[in-house]
Design a protein around this ligand. Sequence first.
Ligand code: AMP
Length: 119
Amino acid sequence: MSDTSAVESDCLFCKIVSGEIPGEIVHVTERTVAFRDINGQAPTHVLVVPRAHYPNAAALAAGDPEASAELVTAAAAVAAAEGHDDYRLVFNTGAGVGQTVFHTHLHLLAGRAMTWPPG
Ligand code: AMP
């Protein structure tokens, strides 16, 4: 089920999706919006978010599987558009692993060497 009307009034990324707060938007689809991370950690660091508000990746997958898949295909499209064959996709889930914005977002990082495991 796609619920693109679901908006949280106090959510930063809902406000970027709606245009209330500016974002450097690089890609849009029916269910997703992609914009540059304000504190980029790689030459390409883009956040891909569902238009609808879900607090984390698992909640999105349960509530709107099509949007969940679209996050990944949108990230791949952005990576390709920016010339990257190799890239890293990250969902942080929970403050304990660094999630700071509780609107699902897929980090797309590319354009530099990366180590594993991440810190
Ligand atoms: P996370 O720590 O996984 O919740 O990721 C949140 C990300 O949002 C961080 O990488 C921040 O740099 C980024 N961020 C915070 N505010 C903004 C903003 N206004 N525009 C773009 N990115 C932002």
